[in-house]
Each structure stands twice: as structure tokens, then as C-alpha cells.
Write a protein of this length. Structure first.
Length: 156
């Protein structure tokens, strides 16, 4: 696949009571993407594994061990940490708000993508150069089920 080629992808997951929840993206070859899953909350294991990877990258930079650095360590883990932090923060906010309203919240499965964004420059219809423009955060609909403590009323 040539650098700058435009693609079409569809990602999603299956919910037994609702069917497929999908989203379409149009990545360009040369972008770096990090996906994060939130399957009823961000697990401490995910956070610990990411922390260890980020610390290893930091150690390699500080000791100037540049041969040990990888794209995944430098770019991928940073993008993944951003997406995972976004999900964890949303979960925390939902939890605080539901407790203050006397509700119990359950996060439905969701996913998100944080990526670098490049724009191809064409020459007679052929991508010749990529311009790095922005970073982009795409989150699937983050659905929460709420249950009232006292009345048993469900809200989705």
C-alpha cells in the first residue's frame, strides 16, 4: 500500500440485545492509530501495562538508548494513553454524577481511536507528499445504563 493512499475502514462490536455498533473511518496510509476498548470500565491491568511501557520508553530516552526505541513506544503508547485516559475520565465523571443522583451506572462496551492525521498532496492523481495536520480523537457512542437505588427504574 502506497503512502498517502486513502482507505475506508469499519470498526465495531456486537451487542447481543442491540446488534452491531459500528463506525466508519477514512484513514490514510501513513497515519498512526491507537484503539482503546472500554468494556465496562478501564481495567487496572490495562493501565499498569501501559504505565510499564511508557516508563520503559522514558528510560530509553533518558539513557540515550535510541536503538531500543520503537514507533509503538514513542507514538503508539502516547496515543493509546490519551484515548484510555479519555475513557477513564468519562467513567469517573459518570460514576460521580450517578452517585450524586442516587443511581448505579453500568458502562456499555465502547471503543475509541486517537490518531495522527495526515493530508496527502497529489500530483496528477498520485499521492506525492503527506502533510501532518492534527491529531484526532474518535469515540464510539459511550452508552451507560443507570439504575435507581430505590425505585428500580432503568435509564439508558
Amino acid at each position: 500500500m502506497a503512502m498517502g493512499t486513502e482507505l475506508l475502514t469499519e470498526t465495531g462490536y456486537w451487542e447481543p440485545n442491540r446488534g452491531w455498533n459500528t463506525s466508519r473511518n477514512e484513514p490514510v496510509a501513513g497515519e498512526y492509530q491507537a484503539y482503546a476498548l472500554d468494556l465496562q470500565g478501564v481495567s487496572p491491568g490495562q493501565v499498569e501495562q501501559l504505565k510499564q511501557s511508557l516508563e520503559a520508553t522514558q528510560t530509553n530516552i533518558e539513557t540515550e538508548n535510541y536503538d531500543a526505541l520503537t514507533k509503538q513506544g514513542l507514538v503508539g503508547d502516547t496515543l493509546y494513553a490519551t484515548m484510555l485516559s479519555y475513557m477513564a475520565l468519562n467513567n469517573l465523571q459518570d460514576s460521580i454524577q450517578s452517585k450524586s443522583a442516587g443511581m448505579i451506572s453500568y458502562r456499555a462496551p465502547s471503543y475509541g481511536q486517537f490518531k495522527t492525521k495526515v493530508t496527502p498532496q497529489y500530483w496528477y492523481g498520485v499521492p506525492r507528499m503527506l502533510i501532518s495536520t492534527v491529531v484526532s480523537l474518535l469515540a464510539s457512542p459511550m452508552t451507560t445504563s443507570l439504575e435507581n437505588y430505590e425505585s428500580g427504574i432503568s435509564v439508558r
